[in-house]
Write a protein that binds this ligand. Sequence first.
Ligand code: SF4
Length: 261
Amino acid sequence: MAESGNGAADELDLASRNEIFETTPPQEILRWISDTFAPDAVLTMSFQHEGVVIAHMLRDVAPDTPILFIDTGYHFPETLAYRDELVSRFGLPIKNLTSTMPRPEFIEKYGDDLHDRDPDLCCKINKVEPLQLALRGVRAWINGRRRDQAGTRAGMKIVERLQGDIVKVNPLANWTSKDTYEYMTRFDIPTHPLFEQGYASIGCFPCTRPILAGEDERAGRWAGRGKTECGLHTFLEPAEDEASADTSDATKAAPATKEPS
Ligand code: SF4
């Protein structure tokens, strides 16, 4: 990937793009990203269903787009098996990221319960820092977040400009979980093995539980610890002009496209 920053981001008129993208199929958003940023675009995913859907779409639109998977060392065995199954079935160009701190050194320094004592530090070492390194030279960062996953994501735009001139792309921002499952059913994509057991959002095993009736999708993540995000989606702040813009743009835009295509 290029070593330069995203010099073109200022010229992209993302406000107009966001208005258009509210009614644009995700495949077309991904095509625009590839046309504009390849080879400096990546997808990050943890083999949750939205990431899987985007990876599946990219096979047709931009199959060379690297897919980054952060292997924290704490994933459920089911997640790793699901990853291997989908990589094999769809030929996904996956790249596994790991901490720069070897696991024996990590355990010796922090023990094997840092996730209980200081989950922010554990996420920083095992998730955020590996991604920070991998994003060097990246100009467009695609991910699978949806607005209705949690209240903290409700105002998310489809394309955002972040500090460092990275354009963050949320092509499924206006999808629902139903849209996701309809797409997976249509294309015969298997679901995560833990999904049927009540896990609606699946991260590391020490920090994930099934959700209860009426809870939002991410309620099973770091439950009871006052933590809602691992830091991957918060370590880069919005660029200054984005932060000061009217954040209600997304909700003022045209109605969302609900029919997955
Ligand atoms: S989700 Fe839990 S186990 Fe995984 S990196 Fe964060 S604190 Fe550690």
